[in-house]
Design a protein around this ligand. Structure first.
Ligand code: GUN
Length: 283
């Protein structure tokens, strides 16, 4: 079998077009969705992501403001900046780019963002709402992945979904979302024994461990849907996923590429959450 490639760029483009039209309607009511992005320090990958987020906002009519803060910024200074943005009526979404320098507590920062402006969906209130099936902001990467799986036309209900990775940003919310879609869910991680025995049982395999090329033909069942969340830069600059694309495309039914797969959808769901936040502020 040769896999159908799930084109994240195309899917993202279609959703962004719908959002653009929604933003025009919001602007007619006097509301311009606004996103504040805070970056502390100069981590090159984070700088790239932050610029990509701001550009995507501009393209569809969301106002965005990037706050470049020095590496030596104290936790108190950062929390003050977040509190100011919590009070700012022109800002509907606040995103603090992670990781933060080690002297700043990520959890303290996330806890300070007002839950109704937490477009990353990382605040304990939103994480809790996801867990109990209540409405709240859904983390962007797993939300985008659900849209990608749904775009195949395959049903999720009843399938065995295996998630590799247990981060708060991807693995855990991904497993929760798949469960909400009535999949049978297994989570694998660095201590999992006999990984391939489990992954070979997957109808849907989501790989989010940040290990370049760790998943190959020996891990994948014929006809599986395989989603590669890995973004790993090789020393020569090339981006590669966690999945060995050329091997797995001969076995999977559907496969996402890197780049051009999950990445564009993550940013798109950030735009989606920002528009939702602005809509809630209007009501
Ligand atoms: N760092 C890597 N991914 C993310 C993300 O989705 N949101 C934020 N805020 N930081 C990240």
């Amino acid at each position: 079998m040769t896999a159908t490639i799930i084109d994240g760029r195309m899917l993202a483009k279609n959703i962004r077009q719908d959002l653009k039209e929604e933003i025009i309607r919001l602007k007619a009511k006097g509301v311009t969705p606004g996103l504040a992005v805070i970056i502390v320090g100069h981590d090159p990958a984070s700088v790239t992501y932050v610029k990509a987020k701001a550009k995507a906002c501009q393209e569809i009519g969301i106002y965005s403001d990037i706050f470049w803060m020095a590496e030596e910024t104290t936790e108190a200074e950062l929390l003050k900046q977040i509190n100011d943005l919590n009070e700012n009526p022109n800002i509907h979404g606040i995103l603090v780019q992670l990781p933060l320098p080690p002297h700043i507590s990520e959890q303290a920062v996330i806890n300070t963002i007002a839950p109704e402006k937490d477009v990353d969906g990382f605040h304990p209130v939103n994480a809790g709402k996801l867990m109990i099936g209540a409405e709240g902001f859904i983390p962007c990467t797993p939300h985008g992945i659900i849209k990608m799986i749904q775009s195949t036309g395959e049903t999720i209900a009843g399938k065995h979904a295996v998630v590799i990775g247990r981060s708060n940003i991807v693995g855990k919310p991904m497993a929760t979302l798949l469960l909400r879609e009535h999949a049978t869910v297994t989570i694998c991680h660095s201590r999992t024994k006999d990984l391939s025995k489990i992954t070979k049982q997957a109808d849907i395999l989501v790989v989010a461990c940040g290990c370049p090329g760790v998943i190959g033909r020996e891990h994948v069942a014929e006809g599986a849907i395989v989603i590669d969340v890995g973004v790993n830069r090789k020393p020569e600059g090339q981006l590669v996923g966690d999945v060995r694309f050329d091997e797995v495309k001969e076995k999977a039914a559907y496969l996402t590429p890197v780049p051009g797969g999950v990445g564009p959808m993550t940013i798109t769901m950030l735009l989606y959450n920002t528009v939702q936040a602005a809509k809630q502020a209007v009501q």
